[in-house]
Design a protein around this ligand. Structure first.
Ligand code: NAP
Ligand code: F7E
Length: 320
């Protein structure tokens, strides 16, 4: 049987790197789309660089994606590329809309033009629920985004549904709740905390400046979540799924566990800094993963405490 071939946009990001590893393990040919930059940023994929094919393309340029789809003819496309940092979306709302929102139409349309039979995954987000209209949030909960990022993701979600319904394409939207790992970008609160815990423990830093400690998130492990993406593209019919743990914890609780793991009290080091507050906050997210559990047989394997301590341990080793 011919090898399956997948294209991943955003392969240099947290999820892209884990998904590439996972698809390689499943025997796929993996094509990774990277955007041109003046310096190479392959930290997350250097260990698999010789096993994947990296090709140039950009979500801002539909032609680039038509060319690479024609040349490589993948059977599955995972669109993970985005301007993904919520805080930045407030200062760069138009750019975020171009990449995170309209970018989805560009790649979906490139797929439609080249081969509408290609299966498509869109990286949608729990940020679309924003000011939540129900607890917990499921596939049927109404959306109410609270940032330009959330609004852009909502556009990406609906254009995916629209292409599925208009052109009979196998297009899925995975509504993923926060997922973290030692590969998480340093600007996101979990990795910011675990990196600071390591540096404070090792005597390299003295404090950690944070914003809203009362925000609550449903945090899972990124490696668990990429399995769900793959499962969504292996079903008989395309559909949308919430992917989450079903548990929620505050940023404060994350701090407590992370500092506690190295024998410190977070209250001695965390300083509240208004700069990290957002113009509009998402106070509480908790997802209901029942549909993914039932239809995909998907369950998370790593608990919240295991996730926090894994990240602290990894940052301790990296900062030594
Ligand atoms: P990430 O680490 O920020 O990675 C984003 C990726 O997108 C990077 O590879 C980046 O390339 C690429 N990219 C950005 N702009 C691009 C453009 N114009 N053209 C091509 N590539 C571009 O994000 P992540 O945490 O892995 O998340 C993956 C996807 O899931 C994103 O769409 C995110 O919005 C979504 N999501 C994430 C979470 C989460 O909790 N992690 C939850 C729900 C949804 P560079 O390396 O060159 O910057
Ligand atoms: O913030 C609060 C902040 O930036 C989490 C992205 O992957 O998940 C992510 O978006 C919470 C917020 O992630 C700081 O106000 C407090 O309430 O880690 P974050 P996010 O905004 O939830 C979703 C699902 C995505 O789709 C996104 O792409 O933590 N918070 N103090 C802070 N946040 C940051 N970053 N920095 C602080 O100092």
């Amino acid at each position: 049987m011919a090898k399956k071939r997948a294209l991943i946009t955003g392969i240099t990001g947290q999820d892209g790197s884990y998904l590439a590893e996972y698809l390689l393990e499943q025997g796929y040919d993996v094509i990774g789309m990277i955007r041109r930059s003046s310096t190479v940023n392959f930290e997350r994929i250097h260990h698999i660089q010789d096993k994947v094919t990296l090709v140039a393309g950009d979500l801002l340029d539909e032609v680039s994606m038509i060319h690479l789809l024609r040349e490589h003819r993948p059977s599955e496309v995972y669109n993970l590329a985005a301007q993904s940092f919520v805080q930045t979306s407030f200062s760069q709302p138009v750019f975020t809309g171009e990449v995170t929102g309209l970018g989805v139409t560009r790649i979906l349309d490139a797929v439609r033009v080249v081969d509408p039979g290609i299966r498509f995954y869109q990286a949608s987000s729990s940020e679309m629920f924003g000011k939540v209209q129900a607890v917990p949030q499921s596939e049927t909960t109404p959306f109410y985004p609270r940032s330009p990022y959330g609004v852009a993701k909502l556009y990406g979600h609906w254009i995916t549904v629209n292409y599925r319904e208009s052109y009979d394409m196998y297009a899925c939207s995975g509504i993923l709740f926060n997922h973290e790992s030692p590969r998480r970008g340093l600007e996101f609160v979990t990795r910011k905390i675990t990196n600071a815990v390591a540096r404070i423990k090792l005597g390299k830093d003295k404090e950690l400046r944070l914003g809203n400690l009362d925000a609550k998130r449903d945090w899972g492990y990124a490696k668990d979540y990429v399995r769900a993406m793959h499962l969504m593209l292996q079903q008989d019919t395309a559909d949308d799924y919430v992917v989450s743990t079903g548990e929620t914890y505050s940023v404060r609780r994350f701090c407590e566990i992370a500092f506690g793991h190295v024998g410190l009290n977070y209250q001695d080091y965390v300083v509240i800094d208004e700069r990290f507050y957002r113009p509009a906050e998402v106070d509480l997210l908790v997802g209901d993963p029942a549909k993914a559990n039932k239809n995909l047989g998907w369950k998370p394997q790593v608990t919240f405490e295991q996730l926090v301590t894994m990240m602290v341990e990894s940052d301790l080793a990296a900062n030594k």
